[in-house]
Design a protein around this ligand. Structure first.
Ligand SMILES: [Fe+2]
Length: 229
């Protein structure tokens, strides 16, 4: 089981926890995130919620026992889980599930004609630390079509806490290509407060030297989740 035990932008701990070759130091961002108290728009699971157990893992770009890496733009997704009164929620479980670089989910309802990416996990879960924070290394998924709807690239997230309940949401990405996709994505367009679901792909504040230790075009995306009362 790979799981973060400490706030992952404490670089050494992140490296130890995920065994990846790069990390993110975003302490100033952590302070900014702590001051962000906006209710997260909730969505539904959708038809492609994982049909099998979701493993504990903070790195979706590698599979145990395999040396290859997932295809696609690397994304470091991080944030803080907060209660309705904006207090950190520790020990929450953060699940994500998403499409791969070809726009396919690992799900019986979504058949990839050329097969799935053998190096991509497709879904995983982590636990928040004492300050309610999480980090997951994954890829920016490709857009996909389902039920005749073109879905802009997004990552599904479900947060579970024994004391605070469940929040399900979706994370979309900034950029001209995604702006165009979201305009014709009828599901996204139907979301309330949908702009809050869009993350910047370079939400990095911190030591610029660290950029040289990350994958060249890695996306750095902050997505906080705050419970509704
Ligand atoms: Fe989806």
């Amino acid at each position: 089981m790979t799981q973060l035990k400490t706030w992952p932008w404490q670089r050494r701990n992140f490296l130890k926890a995920t065994a990846v070759s790069a990390a993110v130091l975003l302490t100033p961002k952590a302070d900014a995130a702590a001051n962000s108290c906006e209710i997260t728009p909730s969505t539904e699971d959708g038809p492609l919620y994982p049909a099998e157990d979701i493993p504990w893992a903070s790195d979706l770009t590698r599979m145990p026992g395999r040396s290859g890496t997932a295809r696609g733009q690397i994304a470091y997704l991080f944030g803080q889980i907060k209660s309705f009164d904006c207090r950190p929620v520790s020990d929450a479980t953060v699940e994500i599930w998403q499409a791969d670089n070809n726009g396919y989910y690992k799900h019986p309802r979504h058949t990839a004609p050329n097969g799935l990416d053998p190096h991509f996990r497709y879904f995983a879960k982590v636990r928040t630390d004492a300050a309610g924070r999480y980090m997951i290394k994954t890829i920016v998924p490709k857009w996909y079509r389902i039920f005749d709807i073109d879905r802009a690239a997004h990552i599904h997230m479900k947060v579970r806490s024994p004391n605070h309940g469940v929040v399900t949401s979706e994370i979309y990405f900034s950029g001209e290509d995604q702006d165009a996709l979201r305009k014709r994505d009828r599901v996204y367009q139907s979301r309330r407060d949908k702009e809050k679901l869009v993350v910047q792909r370079d939400d990095r504040i911190g030591d610029p030297e660290l950029r040289s230790t990350l994958e060249n075009d890695a996306a750095i995306c902050n997505f906080d989740v705050m419970y509704r009362l």
